[in-house]
Design a protein. Structure first.
Length: 127
């Protein structure tokens, strides 16, 4: 199973936060799971941190180590992702989430997210 972990789900998982649903946690830790984090999520985090809209439990500089330690892979943005994004309906307005949706579709990944807007797209949402 290929999972693309949304930004808030990544933070909650790394922090052991109870806001992460049990189904989401099980999907991430499943021995059959191949977990990805979009580079768009790291971009989103860095912007929110620089604007003072987000404070993490650990410095952002250690995020890549935490991602690697948990066996997650960084998913780059490809031309195919942007091509799909250019025709994606605007049910969801957030540009980072729209990219994650596009990446999920082009890479055939489930998305682990609490965001119910994702259900408006042809993806498998785990929450």
């Amino acid at each position: 199973m290929k999972n693309l972990i949304d930004t808030h789900s990544l933070i909650w998982f790394l922090n052991g936060d109870k806001d992460l649903s049990e189904e989401a946690r099980k999907a991430i830790v499943s021995k059959n799971a191949k977990n990805f984090v979009s580079i768009a999520s790291l971009w989103e985090l860095s912007i929110k941190i620089s604007l003072g809209k987000l404070v993490l439990n650990a410095p952002f500089s250690v995020m890549i180590g935490q991602i690697e330690l948990n066996g997650f892979q960084i998913l780059p943005i490809t031309f195919e992702d942007t091509l799909l994004l250019s025709s994606l309906p605007f049910y969801h307005k957030d540009p980072f989430d729209r990219m994650i949706i596009s990446q999920s579709i082009t890479n055939k990944c489930s998305i682990i997210s609490k965001d119910s807007y994702f259900n408006l797209y042809p993806i498998n949402l785990i929450w």
